[in-house]
Ligand binder design. Structure first.
Ligand SMILES: C=C(O[C@@H]1C=C(C(=O)O)C=C[C@H]1O)C(=O)O
Length: 98
């Protein structure tokens, strides 16, 4: 039997765990964007700027420390958070222009 037809139970077990982790990531991201939407609406109401670079620097420094402790690449962790924050800021800019 070739590798393409034989079910690989070991790989399937790993992939089940990956699928669970991916689902948890999506749920956590959905919750994060739910709360940042509320922040964006609040900022628009009280006319605060969409971005807060000082707060972002604190978050990035903290995340890099956590990444190092967890043996995760701090550069990757910073890029990942930057990507999410940039999308949040885009939402906040949209909320401010409504
Ligand atoms: C959510 C906020 O707005 C922006 C988005 C941030 C984020 O996604 O964590 C952090 C700072 C701000 O640039 C905030 O000010 O707390």
């Amino acid at each position: 039997m070739t590798s393409s037809t034989k079910p690989d139970r070991v790989l399937a077990g790993f992939r089940k765990s990956i699928d669970n982790i991916d689902a948890a990531l999506i749920h956590m991201l959905a919750e994060r964007f739910r709360i940042t939407q509320a922040v964006g609406e609040y900022k628009a109401k009280v006319t605060l700027p969409p971005a807060d670079p000082a707060r972002e620097q604190e978050q990035i420094a903290r995340l890099r420390r956590l990444a190092e402790e967890s043996e995760l690449d701090p550069e990757f962790s910073e890029k990942f958070l930057r990507f999410i924050i940039d999308e949040v800021i885009r939402h906040h800019e949209q909320a401010a222009s409504r």
